[in-house]
Write a protein that binds this ligand. Sequence first.
Ligand code: PAF
Length: 283
Amino acid sequence: MITTIKDLRRWSRQQHDSQKQIALVPTMGALHDGHLSLVKTANQYSDTVLVSIFVNPIQFGVNEDFHQYPRSLENDLRLLQTVGSPEVFAPDVAEMYSAGFDVSVHVGGVSQPFEGKIRPTHFDGVATVVLKLFLASGADIAFFGQKDFQQVCVVRKMVTDLNVPVEIVVCPIIREPDGLAMSSRNRYLSKTQRSQAIVLSQSLMLAEKMITCDNIRDAETVREKIRSKIETAPDMKIDYIAIADPKTLHELTTINSDAIILLAAKIGTTRLIDNLLITTTMS
Ligand code: PAF
């Protein structure tokens, strides 16, 4: 396991000197099958996979769960042995943010709506740490989950606009058997909350059926259906339900092209997000 940027750079130089491509899977640890599927996909692209494990303080707001965020390094390392034992970079906070650190990467446009409205400093923190990880690791290709769809848009925009030479690969959402999208935060849920949480994915399935089978194109009608399904869970408080263009994240009033449905809701103190990409060609 590598813990310093100096050692990471040395490792990265060795890989590139041996003509190896570095495939990076950035994570905050508390690994689950969603992360492991990213590593498995990365294994198909390169023999040299690097998993970063770093709970990034600057992407948490002041009242968010940075201190409570699950940390389980030993278990994470054990899980990674089941998917080919990739190299691991697990720095501490002082290694990533030395005293006086005073740089922030701000991506406009796609970082503004939805999560950006509710968590105004979140994507600056994500873009900053992801760029630092790209630079320190010399990654050639990096793997992100579609679960954080808006994060992927932000990272892609950063890579494009700053000409960062890293290819971005987006991997599908991995779900529990009942449909709940896997997330490190699912472990916060009580039994009752866990049983209510499935309304999120169920509402997305309903919306997909409305759009693709029943040919309903009015975004507000679809949003209302999603809302009423989520509200069947008594403890679920909706943050937003958005139907947007998957490239620009501009909200759609009529669904006559590809669309991304994005949901965020709180149950107790736990915030859950989910999404569904609708790619059916519309007639
Ligand atoms: O998706 C995550 O786990 C984090 O936002 C990331 C990309 C590792 C940056 O801290």
